[in-house]
Design a protein around this ligand. Structure first.
Ligand SMILES: C[S@@+](CC[C@H](N)C(=O)[O-])C[C@H]1O[C@@H](n2cnc3c(N)ncnc32)[C@H](O)[C@@H]1O
Length: 404
């Protein structure tokens, strides 16, 4: 298995540089015909397929890219690749292309490509980078992959000693060990044995799963987590001993399900006000259903923040944003870009609503995290730092005018 190790001390700027050259002509000469065909296919759908070329790394890249065994892939995934391959064949209308070959390359692409995101982690396209595709995964990584335009940059989020393996996270790490392992197995075909995953099945891990993805105690004042009873008829709070019956849980879960389907229909009609009120109903039900640190509840609030901001309802958006911060703090490590970005959103909303004091606090937290994950030179970071300086200047102006 290929691994990327840190051979030089590159901690000064907290940056491990990737290849900086996007050289399409060299790549085209080297990359197999099928990949070239994929570029055409991807472009038709407005997706960016990006190659960062480094000659010395090309053999490793090919070994990595073409070293996958299709027998590892589960049937559902294979079917999906076969369907995509059929679609490619239909679009390209080149009879000599083998469906199996296209499907295999899609599977390899899925294991090795990375989603290119903007500074706020909104997806822009898909990229295939030889250096980056050597980096293995950890659910508690020592580096983070961010993009500056098409340039992939790997930044250390903790001290990476000389000789240590450089690790990024391939997936959303907020979920339970089982959820993370399932995602890694399905897309990347391996079982993770990182420091978080080796605890699978141990008491701490069971407790964490029950908090992140399990139900809340019947008693609103209790923050205990629930475990399934041995008779399979309910869940018992591990703190106060109260039992929640399965039927009651199922009833709320089915209401959530119905409302979630309704939001899909309402979203497609563009009925934003109705979407907001439906998500608010879901949030209320999920608050009754899930533990306060639930990832599901956090995701619903995320959706509400997004729509409320689109509707320019800053006050409500801020209220939900504040509710997500403790969950983010719990589910992400200290220097995680999503935590930094959530503080940034909170800070912007507070600043906009005239709460300068809290805006300074939130923007300071955002800068502390994002200067590590994003560096300080990008226009995005410059704007964030400027916002913080403006908020600080306004606070000191307010203070000095009070003194006069
Ligand atoms: C982007 S490649 C990384 C380079 C890869 N190690 C290689 O030798 O080609 C992704 C693949 O590496 C392997 N991999 C990545 N992280 C791993 C980990 N923590 N444990 C085991 N295999 C891992 C998986 O097979 C995965 O599909």
């Amino acid at each position: 298995m290929l691994k990327l190790y840190l051979r030089r001390k590159l901690q000064n700027d907290n940056v491990i540089p990737s290849t900086t050259t996007d050289n399409y002509s060299l790549v085209e000469a080297l990359v197999a015909r099928i990949l070239f065909e994929l570029i055409i296919w991807f472009n038709q759908f407005g997706l960016v397929l990006c190659f960062s070329y480094n000659k010395s790394l090309m053999p490793a890249f090919f070994n990595n890219l073409f070293g996958k065994d299709m027998s590892d892939i589960d049937e559902k995934q294979l079917l999906l690749y076969a369907q995509i391959a059929n679609l490619v064949n239909l679009i390209l209308q080149w009879p000599e292309i083998s469906i199996k070959e296209i499907a295999e390359n899609f599977s390899k692409l899925a294991c090795n490509a990375h989603t290119i995101c903007d500074s706020e982690l909104r997806p822009l396209g898909t990229g295939l980078y030889p250096v980056i595709s050597i980096i293995n995964h950890s659910c508690l990584p020592n580096t983070v992959l961010v993009f500056e335009g098409r340039l992939a940059v790997v930044r250390a989020v903790q001290h990476v000693p000389k000789g240590a393996e450089v690790l990024i996270s391939y997936i959303e790490t907020a979920g339970s060990t089982m959820t993370r392992q399932k995602a890694l197995k399905e897309q990347y075909l391996f079982t993770c044995t990182c420091p978080r995953c080796i605890n699978l099945g141990q008491f701490d891990d069971i407790q964490e799963s029950a908090i992140l993805e399990g139900y809340r105690c019947k008693d609103d004042g209790c923050s205990g987590f629930l475990l399934r009873d041995s008779d399979d008829k309910g869940f018992t709070c591990q703190q106060c001993g109260l039992v929640r019956r399965e039927e009651e849980i199922k009833k709320i879960a089915s209401e959530v399900n119905i409302l979630s389907k309704k939001t899909l229909a309402l979203t497609s009609c563009g009925n934003h006000q109705e979407v907001v009120s439906t998500y608010k109903m879901i949030e209320k039900l999920q608050k009754k259903l899930y533990h306060p640190f639930s990832v599901n509840l956090m995701q619903t609030r995320e959706k509400l923040i997004k729509i409320l901001m689109e509707l320019e309802d800053w006050k409500e958006a801020l209220a939900y944003c504040r509710l997500t911060i403790p969950v983010y703090q719990r589910v992400y490590p200290q220097f995680h870009p999503l935590l930094g970005l959530q503080y940034y959103t909170c800070g912007k909303l507070e600043w906009f609503l005239g709460d300068t004091e809290n805006a300074i606090k939130s923007l300071t937290e955002a800068v502390e995290i994002l200067r590590i994950t994003h560096g300080t030179n990008s226009p995005f970071m410059k704007e964030l730092i400027l916002k913080l300086e403006e908020a600080q200047a306004e606070a000191s102006y307010k203070l000095s005018s009070k003194d006069e």
